[in-house]
Design a protein around this ligand. Structure first.
Ligand code: FPP
Length: 234
């Protein structure tokens, strides 16, 4: 099962407490540890976390710098935890605009966990689904043939996706907004969507379990008609 999470609400959480937005991101990083632990315990195969959208470059420089410092520290600290739980890390998104120190931390944790065969933890940084789709279109146009597998491989290449993940089963968005924000538009084709009012810094195993519970009650038909129980083909 593949779960994606749009981790929204750090800024509002902080503002409500009279704190700067960056304090919300710091608390958000703690929630990331909780979410990863809870997902691994629930035997989720792939967890993709939306940490930094390409559109987030428009935020104040100080906030962007604080976020990137958090990502670097997180990757450094999380590597040994992931090794202990056999979690493989893959940072997806563009890499050409990241600073060398963050790039080094990304490459190190991906290399260190590359043989882990438990949950695949993907962290989306400088990620834009539309950018990956356009890159894949360019690649396909150049190659001269449209083939679904080649198209997906081209999207994965644009995203630095080390292992191709199955499409999304469940998309969770915290923070009360109900939109996709350029996150895995292709992979969300048949995803179940779950929106929670919980601000990301408050996210924990209980919120994840509520989402999984709701997911298990959804009737996924993938465009087909559901036959009544016991009905066979004539
Ligand atoms: C959206 O909340 C959140 C982000 C743009 C950053 C996500 C970052 C984290 C969860 C912390 C660190 C992550 C890792 C992987 C260590 P917002 O700032 O848009 O909140 P708002 O909508 O309330 O303003």
């Amino acid at each position: 099962m593949h779960i994606g999470i749009i981790m929204d609400g750090n800024g509002r959480w902080a503002t409500r407490q009279g704190l700067p937005r960056t304090a919300g991101h710091r608390e958000g990083a703690k929630a990331v540890y909780r979410a990863v632990e809870a997902a691994a315990r629930s035997h989720i195969d792939v967890l993709t976390l939306y940490a930094f959208a390409a559109a987030n470059w428009e935020r104040p420089r100080s906030e962007v710098a604080a976020l990137f410092a958090l990502f670097r520290r997180y990757l450094q600290a999380q590597t040994s935890r992931c090794l202990a739980r056999s979690i493989r890390i893959n940072v997806i998104g563009r890499r050409d605009r990241l600073d060398p120190e963050l790039l080094e931390a990304i490459e190190h944790c991906e290399w260190a966990t590359s043989r882990c065969d438990g949950m695949l933890l993907r962290i989306a940084v400088d990620y834009s689904s539309q950018h990956a789709l356009i890159s894949a279109c360019r690649h396909i146009a150049h190659a001269g043939s449209l083939d679904r597998a080649a198209f997906i491989a081209a999207m994965d290449a644009a995203n630095h996706a080390a292992a191709s993940a199955p499409e999304l089963d469940l998309l969770i968005r915290s923070g009360g907004e109900k939109r996709l924000s350029d996150f895995m538009l292709w992979e969300c084709a048949y995803a179940e969507l779950y929106f929670t009012e919980c601000m990301w810094p408050d996210f924990d195993a209980t919120v994840l379990q509520a989402a999984l519970q709701e997911f298990s009650n959804r009737n996924r038909r993938f465009g087909r008609v559901q036959e009544p129980a016991g009905a066979g083909h004539a």
